[in-house]
Design a protein around this ligand. Structure first.
Ligand SMILES: Nc1ncnc2c1ncn2[C@@H]1O[C@H](COP(=O)(O)OP(=O)(O)OP(=O)(O)O)[C@@H](O)[C@H]1O
Length: 317
């Protein structure tokens, strides 16, 4: 992996709506190097999209610097845009086109040579298992296929920086795996990738570095291993519930994320056996459907950092 910093963000501030408005970014520092996938994680409204929109010149910062490939991206947003490709949170409408035509069109607009764009389009359609819909009119494709098409439109002729704002939304689990491989592949080919995601579990395997945003501030910024180091010696207990409602945890469990019919908590490794005995008894009594004990995850770290309520807004279970 290269360590050439391609995107450098320092002290970035953006407020919407004047003095009584929202401080969407409140002094953000972030670096993304060529060959790296950097994940941005945070609750709804944490300021992730505001950050990426400033990077690609769609929103003007109030203060701070953005340097992209040596270019001052605040003073020269058009130059920065040429260096970056973005998959926005909302898909670009491609009504009247097919996925194949839309991908090829963007590749050509971004300066790709016809035969190379065709080849790359074909490769992306194959790699994302989109062949069956490649020539279907866009109005008839599903949300997941539209999302993958929008990723392929970004990846067909990628800039030095590739910005992906929640690329896995609406995508089925099998194709999400294919998509993660392609995202990793972009970095391995030397692009710098800035990825906004709520899918911390899946992102953990792909990102090199992760920044956790909370109310416009970077709460933590480290490698996944660095972030999870704080929970070394801990295990995650995941339980499925037969009904909605709180879990009466064993006292050794520190409660974590709670979703519909699912909850998790953190267990000190030296108390694992008594917690397993408790969980098994709960299953036998019908109060839990199932349980699993695994090494502590990045998701647990995230919940600890931002608090359970906000984590529940931001993380895909
Ligand atoms: N154009 C705008 N005008 C006013 N307020 C805005 C605007 N865009 C975003 N905001 C506000 O700024 C804050 C940060 O929003 P932003 O979209 O950057 O968050 P986010 O982390 O991307 O959230 P999500 O995960 O829900 O997409 C929120 O409080 C949001 O309501």
């Amino acid at each position: 992996m290269s360590t050439d910093v391609l995107l450098s963000v320092r002290g970035l501030r953006k407020r919407y709506g004047g003095r009584t408005g929202v401080q969407a970014n409140d002094g953000i520092d972030l670096d993304v190097a060529a060959g790296q996938v950097v994940g941005l994680l945070g609750h709804n409204g944490a300021g992730k999209t505001t950050l990426v929109h400033q990077v690609v010149g769609l929103v003007k910062p109030d203060a701070g610097t953005l340097t992209l490939g040596g270019v001052d991206a605040v003073a020269h947003p058009e130059a920065a845009r040429r260096l970056a490709s973005i998959q926005a949170q909302a898909n670009v409408p491609i009504t009247g086109l097919t996925p194949r035509l839309a991908i090829e069109l963007v590749g050509r607009i971004r300066g790709g040579e016809r035969a190379a764009v065709r080849r790359r389009t074909e490769d992306l359609l194959d790699a994302l298992d989109l062949g069956a819909w490649a020539d279907t009119r866009a109005e008839k494709v599903s949300g997941g296929v539209a999302r993958l098409t929008s990723f392929a439109m970004t990846a067909v002729q990628p800039g030095a920086l590739v910005v992906l704002d929640e690329p896995t939304n609406d995508v089925d689990p099998v194709r999400r795996r294919l998509l993660w491989n392609q995202i990793r592949g972009l970095a391995d080919a030397g692009h710098a990738v800035l990825l906004v995601t709520h899918n911390v579990r899946e992102a953990e395997r792909v990102v090199d570095h992760l920044a956790v945003l909370d109310h416009g501030v970077v709460l933590a910024s480290d490698t996944p291993a660095g972030l999870t180091a704080a929970l070394r010696g801990s295990l995650t207990l995941e339980v499925d519930l037969p009904h909605d409602g709180p879990v009466a945890w064993h006292p050794a469990v520190e409660p974590g994320a709670t979703g519909r019919l699912r909850a998790s908590g953190v267990v000190p490794a030296d108390r694992a056996s008594e917690v397993v005995a408790w969980a098994q008894a709960e299953v036998d009594a019908g109060r839990l459907e199932r349980y699993a004990l695994t090494p502590a995850s990045l998701e647990d770290v995230y919940v600890r950092l931002v608090g359970e309520d906000r984590a529940a807004e931001g993380v895909a279970a």
